[in-house]
Design a protein around this ligand. Sequence first.
Ligand code: 5BU
Length: 273
Amino acid sequence: MSAQTRSYASRAEKANPILKKLFGLMEEKKTNLCVSVDYTDPSKILDIIDKVGPKVCMVKTHIDIISFSSVDAIRSFTASLTALSQKHNFLIFEDRKFADIGSTVQHQYRGGVYNIVEWAHITNAHSFPGPGIVTGLGEVMLKEAKEPRGLLLLAEMSSAGNLSTEGAYRAKTLQMARDHKDIVCGFIAMGNQIVTESGDDSDDFIFMTPGVNLADKGDAHGQQYQSPEFVIGEKKSDIIIVGRGIIKAEDPVAVAEKYRAAGWEAYEKRTVA
Ligand code: 5BU
């Protein structure tokens, strides 16, 4: 049976620690929704997360777009975010998109002013620097993090004209993931085909898809939107990532519930066991 007709709960059984935790809380909270809270005001971010927290399995951040007044303010924000993730039982995904040689990304991941490895359960990286980016980040994850961490590789992007469809890019990205399953827990991709087209180990990975919106088709800069039904039901992704569809809505909590319900219904329809 292909992975994406299996329940999240059954996939949790043999999963690594971070996916076990994620699949478990998704099933418990009945949500495959990740909200992307792309505000720049830190208090606004924490406020909306406290409200939509019960409806999501994951909160996605761009820590470097937030207007912090000091390094202490960063510390206080990440501490509050961690407290909210415990209160509402969701994972934190810093959408950092690392893209340098292994040695440099190690510093970017653990150091600077953001200390991402300390508070983000999941982060992501481009594959174009080659396997060194995975082993570099992996060393920090496995040797320095106090709790399980996971890395997503960007196999595909949602923006028009992106280069991930060129040549062997996807196949090489997939190979990097297969070679490092203790580090790479999944992909940013438009669906699960990037794995299923060349093997039956899609079960070992989670697939997360940005570019999801119920009202719009895109934006002025090439973003392309699909529906939760299409992404989860047709493309067999596991998690929908929704930003402006929720955070710009008049009633973000009510709209988050709509996305949660749509994503979950599509999951239940495709699930056999
Ligand atoms: P939106 O408001 O739902 O369009 O926001 C989408 C978010 O997902 C935003 O934070 C992007 O940086 C992020 N994203 C994306 O849109 N497309 C991609 O391929 C990747 C990330 Br990777």
